[in-house]
Structure formats: C-alpha cells, structure tokens
Design a protein around this ligand. Sequence first.
Ligand code: RI2
Length: 320
Amino acid sequence: MLVTETADKIKRMEIRGAGRIARAAAQALRDYAESLSTHDTGTFRREMQTAADVLVATRPTAVSLPNAVHIVMAGLEQAGSAESARKDVIRRAEAFIDSSRHAVEQIARIGARHITDGDVILTHCNSEAALACIIEAHRSGKEIEVFATEVRPRNQGLVTIRTLNKAGIKTSFIVDSAVRSFINVIDLVLVGADAVTVNGAVVNKIGTSQVAHSASEARVNVLVAAETYKFAPRTIMGELIEIEERPPQEVLPEEIARTLPHVTVRNPAFDVTPAEYIDIIVTEAGAIPPQMAYVIIKEYLGWGIGEFHKAFEINTRHEE
Ligand code: RI2
C-alpha cells in the first residue's frame, strides 16, 4: 500500500487502534523503502523522512505511531549506502511488526492471569490488547462476562461486541453514560492505551477517565493493557501528549449544527486517566504499577538519554 493511502486510512480511522496504526505505518515505510529505486543515500534518507513525517502527522495522540516510525528509521543515519539503508528499514519494520504481534500475545497471557473465574469485566472502546486478555481468560476456561460501552461518537464498541460475540463470551452492551449505573456489578475494568506518560498517566479513548473514576469510587480495580511502544519517551523531557480533537460532524450532523449558530461542538478523541486510578499496566515485559512507567521507557524502549536531548532540541527548534 502507498504511504499516502495508509496515511489517509489512519486519518479516516479506517485503520485504527494504537497498535494497528503503528504496524500499518511500519508496513508502509517498509514497502516504500522497497519501492524507492534511488541509489543515492541522501535522496533515500530524505524520501524516507518525508514519508515518515506524513505518517506521523496523521493522528497526534497514539505514541505507538511515532515510536514505531522511530524504531523503523533508527538505522538510517548510520547506513553507508542507499542499499544498506533500504535493507535496514525493511529489517527493522518487519521485526517491529513481528514483535508487536508477539507483545499482544504475551500481554494476553499475563493479563488473563489477572482475571479470576466468575469475573464481570468492563471494557471501554476497542483495544486489541485488552480484548486479547479477555479472550485468553475465556479460552483458559474461566467463566467471565463482559460489559462493553458504545463509545460515542465513532462506536468502536460495536467492533468490541462483535469480537466478544464471535469468541462466545457473554456480553452486555451499554451506552457510555450507563457505566456508573453498572459499576457495582463489575469486578474489573480492563482497557487499552494510546499513550502512557512518564508519571504513569494513561491516555486512552475519551471517557476512559470517567470509567476509571467511577471504578476508583466503587473500589473496582483498573487494569490497562499496553505494549511497551505505547510509553511516551518525550514526556521525560516534559513534552505533553497532544489530545486529538476530531471533526464536529462526528458528533452532530452538519445540517443540525448549521441551525444552532451559538453552539460549538467539541470532540476530543482521548482523555487522561491519572496513575492513581490505575492498579496495574500489563506490558509484554510484565505487569507493572503505573509509577514504574519511567523504567519501561528507559529499560525496554531503549531510548538513550542522548536521544531524549536530540528530540528535545529538534522540538525546541520547531517552536522557535
Ligand atoms: P489497541 C484506540 O484508539 C482506543 O483508544 C484503544 O483503547 C487504543 O487505541 C488502544 O488500542 P482509536 O484508534 O492498540 O480507536 O490496544 O482512536 O488496539
């Protein structure tokens, strides 16, 4: 698939979910590297960088996207020729896609152990990592039940209930605003993440923080399933995660909005759940308390402190 085609699909959310967009971007860079016929190293690097920038610009919140691009492009500067640069991009992209899939499988195994026989689980939005834990628990013979929210305005809850139904898991489908009404029958909240910051806050689909707040009030544990590449290295340097605000038409049809000139529709796609509402984050490297996010960024993501400074300098330059 062409880079622009993948970028459009990510923008329109035809390809969505933090893990999936990361893998799609890696695949697009891989295919682009393969298709570039230039033998000039400089041209190859520039073309690849332009493609990478197009992909990263599609959606601003899910850190998995720039992290995947960073991982795929990491050897470009050192490569001595266009040919070795091309090979390096292809190798890194394939390795990332592979390890991303393995990460979800490993998270499923670890996450399933946190699910007890008889649990009623509430999930919000559509997270392949969170669903993998639920499905693995079901497969291992635990009798579980799920409450899934609708997830306005893009209705990702529909994707979730289809998957759960296919797996044969007993599921209740509720509107987003019904979470508090059911929280007392819930044993565990299980969600995914688009980004995890250095202080252990989790950025996920809008409404997640309300769900977590209700859970905390009702003393229900909140478990987050997140691959290590969803942790945000630049938050160490104080960079904030940008919350994507999507088109108002997703919430209110244009023809109605036109008749309401004093009304502004706000449509943030994500919110921030503070670490204090989260019990555990399940990564492929193990289940950690959210306060250990720094360790994941430093030890598992493999960004050296020099790279943090480099990233910081680049950003500061952009702001000038
Ligand atoms: P996985 C999704 O974002 C949801 O917020 C979901 O919880 C998160 O990505 C993680 O999903 P969107 O693309 O990577 O629907 O676990 O806006 O699939």
